[in-house]
Design a protein around this ligand. Structure first.
Ligand code: ADP
Ligand code: MG
Length: 519
């Protein structure tokens, strides 16, 4: 108790000193504060995809009934011992390799002590002092939604990658006012990736997370199901002034790419407002409330928590000679950056188009299938159909791309029907809509059955144009007087009359011809 008080007093003294310092700093005018800069550093926990847990034989199964996947060791029954799962070591090592880390052939496990109801042992086995890997990096593109904004590439450096145990889960049951403990997750293998504070805003942070997700999808070491908590992001945010780093806050457990972006940007604004108002930033842990769209204080960290780290006595040092690192290195598939480059070089896409396709692995696969099935296909048209039309139709019925059962050769068929003029875009959308209802049909079948073929026949087009000119004499007169926009009324009337089936490019060409000749 005495020691505790001593620490607390010393910590308080430091805090008071810090606030005085900040108050003094904040007496500056806005003009002096031009060099305020936001700084963001991420810590990411990714669950490794293995059949069993890191140190026990219990299964890794998200959907199981509560407390059915718990070995005695996971429940911290005295006398039980950890046995390291080689598959988890392989998955973590592969992750470290693709993130360009330096592997430590020997690494060590430590106990990190803290009390929480979802962690019966009272400590977590992690790697604090000598982790599995250090000094990595991840490069990615920062692509905003605003198409006028510049796209740039960025590299975030990785301080370390460590293997550690996941905790169990607490379930708050409001109806009975009780907290339930589920230990199914307790002891699952995690890698924690500690990134350096080298990002500057929410978009950069979310872009990094997207690239990491793509990388994991590629090497399949993590399921990437953020909605199941398989990848969780803690974002550290501070405002620096010139060379002087600011006090940071940590936003815990962000569970979606969107949450990472919104939470970081919110927190930057919140801190800037405090600084401008001459107030101090408190070193604290915050949570993201996705309903209120704000970060909320959870606990302050002004008094340093002592985790009483100690070497884990029940585990030998982790020696990577237990696995075949060279074989892992050789197994690395094409990584997202290389795929992106291939999309740009082979199909002539710009970064934005390549990135949009990359963001959805199912659609990317579909694109490659379509192009492999017939390499003479128009890649831009395939891109449009997949990333715009198909996605729009899926959204209409609240379906995700993974749920889309349309096969690549049917989508390819639509691309071809558009390319050879059999279909126009309006009807391509309808065909996709029908296909989503009955995936077994072919596109051509649907077009013929519904009479959805585009009208391209010259004599038919001529007939529609002549009729329209008779029916809308005012538009014809206006056009001839120099109001060229009046042609739109004529085109529109033909579109309407043919239920959007007429090939409007030919219509507009033919109308111009007629209007100019018929003086
Ligand atoms: P600690 O040892 O206190 O946990 P670390 O150096 O391990 O601190 O950093 C933890 C995380 O906090 C890292 O992801 C790092 O990028 C981030 N971080 C550190 N300093 C800052 C800062 N001033 N602003 C934003 N993030 C920071
Ligand atoms: Mg840390």
């Amino acid at each position: 108790m005495y020691i505790n008080n001593l620490f607390r007093r010393r910590a308080l003294k430091l805090t008071t000193y810090a606030s005085k310092y900040i108050r003094k700093k904040n007496s500056k005018t806005d003009a002096d504060r031009k060099d305020l800069k936001s700084v963001v550093g991420l810590e990411i926990h990714a669950q490794l995809q293995s059949k069993s847990k890191l140190f026990s034989a219990a299964a890794n199964c998200f959907e199981s009934a509560a407390n059915t996947q718990v070995a005695l060791f996971d429940a911290a029954i005295p006398g039980t011992l950890p046995i390291i799962n080689k598959k988890c070591v392989e998955a973590a090592t592969l992750t470290a390799l693709v993130l360009n880390c330096k592997l430590n052939t020997i690494s060590l496990f430590d106990r990190k002590h803290y009390y929480y109801a979802d962690m019966p042992a009272g400590y977590q086995i992690t790697q604090q002092n000598l982790p599995l890997a250090t000094n990595g990096q991840l490069s990615f593109y920062v692509v905003g939604e605003n198409i006028n904004k510049e796209i740039y590439s960025k590299t975030s450096f990785i301080k370390q990658i460590q293997l550690e145990q996941d905790s169990g889960r607490l379930i708050h049951d409001d109806s009975s006012q009780t907290v339930l403990v589920d230990l199914n997750r307790a002891g699952l293998a995690l890698v924690e990736l500690v990134f350096e504070p080298d990002l500057s805003d929410g978009l950069e942070a979310s872009s990094l997370v997207k690239e990491l997700l793509l990388t994991f999808e590629c090497i399949k070491t993590c399921s990437c199901k953020m909605e199941e908590g398989a990848l969780r992001v803690d974002a550290n945010v501070s405002i620096s002034e010139g060379e002087q780093m600011g006090t940071r806050t940590e936003i815990k457990n962000l569970g979606s790419v969107r949450a990472v972006q919104s939470a970081v940007d919110y927190e930057i604004r919140r801190q800037l407002n405090l600084i401008k108002a001459g107030k101090e930033i408190i070193n604290e842990t915050r949570g993201w409330d996705s309903v209120l769209n704000k970060t909320i204080s959870m606990r302050d960290k002004e008094v340093l928590q002592d985790y009483r780290f100690m070497p884990e006595p029940n585990l030998l040092p982790l020696n990577l000679n237990m696995i075949d690192v060279d074989k892992l290195q050789l197994s690395i598939p094409e990584l997202p950056n290389a795929t992106r480059k291939r999309l740009m070089q082979t199909y002539g896409f710009n970064i934005r188009k390549a990135s949009i396709l990359m963001n959805e692995p199912v659609l990317l696969k579909l694109f490659f299938q379509i192009m492999n099935e017939d390499s003479s296909r128009n890649p831009s048209r395939a891109w449009n159909i997949i990333t715009i039309e198909l996605v729009a139709e899926l959204n209409k019925i609240n379906m995700k791309p993974v749920q889309c059962g349309i096969s690549s050769n049917v989508i390819g068929e639509i691309v071809d029907l558009l390319d050879n003029g059999t279909l126009n875009l309006a009807y391509a959308r309808k065909v996709i809509g029908e296909l989503l209802q009955s995936v077994n049909k072919s596109a051509t079948e649907i077009v013929i059955k519904n009479n959805w073929k585009q009208i391209t026949n010259d004599s038919e087009i001529l007939k529609f144009c002549e009729e329209a000119m008779v029916e809308y004499p005012k538009a014809v007169k206006d056009y001839k007087k120099g109001k060229v926009k009046a042609i739109k009324a004529l085109i529109g009337s033909i579109a309407k009359k043919t239920n959007n089936r007429a090939d409007l490019a030919s219509v507009s060409k033919k109308l111009e011809e007629l209007l100019k000749s018929n003086n």
